[in-house]
Design a protein around this ligand. Structure first.
Ligand code: E4P
Length: 229
């Protein structure tokens, strides 16, 4: 299981990077807006600085912030020029008929694309076929409309494997801890998770019980040894 961090908050990002488990980072325009930054370019740069500081050689997805495909291509170009010194930069392009053209153009130039906002098997497979390195399926949003997110992920994974496509499925839109396990079981290569879930994912009541028991017995043994000296 590969875990990406779904955040545009530099502090949250650093909290995860310090712990070494993150295999990538995804952002989107809404997360940028919620990070309370004042300058987009400077903010992405500060995320890159955090990655470099922690020696994290992991993909960072930066999403275009326009719905006009012609402008998307220009913006993608601009991101590559501005942030392409970070060798693991990915450009996030939402799925769509005209957007596929942008994805294919970038892929032909070997610019890694994360095709985002996919809600269906068709969308994900078309994006992968167009050359997207990652296809992002939005678990929570798929379920919002009563669809079975597990079966969308499962059928996408089967198709990618059957056709020998290299694209990896990122499952995003994680709303509950259980989504992570279900998405992995459904065949996601990667889950991108809001940072608030990670401490919970790392904990377990039986771990607390085991550690507590080890400490209790060790302290008792220490005291007994001291008493016998
Ligand atoms: C993934 O790349 C997206 O940033 C994110 O997971 C979207 O999820 P949301 O449904 O919480 O907006």
């Amino acid at each position: 299981m590969k875990l990406f961090v779904d955040t545009a908050d530099v502090k949250e990002l650093e909290t995860c990077l310090e712990r070494g488990f993150a295999s990538g980072v995804t952002t989107n325009p809404m997360l940028i807006a919620r990070s309370n930054c004042v300058d987009f370019g400077e903010h992405i740069r500060s995320m890159i600085d955090a990655l470099i500081k922690h020696d994290a050689k992991i993909p960072l997805s930066v999403e275009v912030n326009t719905t006009d495909p012609a402008k998307m291509a220009d913006q993608a170009e601009q991101f590559v020029n501005e942030f392409g010194d970070y060798p693991y930069l990915n450009i996030k392009i939402p799925i769509g008929w005209n957007e596929l053209k942008v994805i294919a153009q970038l892929a032909r130039r070997n610019v890694p694309v994360n095709c985002t906002c996919c809600m269906s098997y068709n969308q994900a497979v078309m994006a992968a076929s167009a050359g997207a390195k990652y296809v992002s399926l939005f678990w929570g949003r798929i379920r919002d409309i009563g669809y079975d997110a597990g079966s969308v992920v499962r059928s996408t994974r089967e198709s990618l494997d059957r056709r020998g496509l290299d694209s990896e499925i990122i499952v995003g839109s994680i709303r509950h801890l259980v989504d992570v396990n279900e998405a992995i079981q459904a065949g996601a290569h990667i889950i991108t998770v809001p940072p608030k879930f990670f401490p919970q994912m790392c904990g377990h009541p039986k771990t607390d019980e085991a550690v507590g028991q080890f400490m209790t017995e060790f302290r008792a043994w220490e005291q007994a040894v001291q008493a016998n000296q």
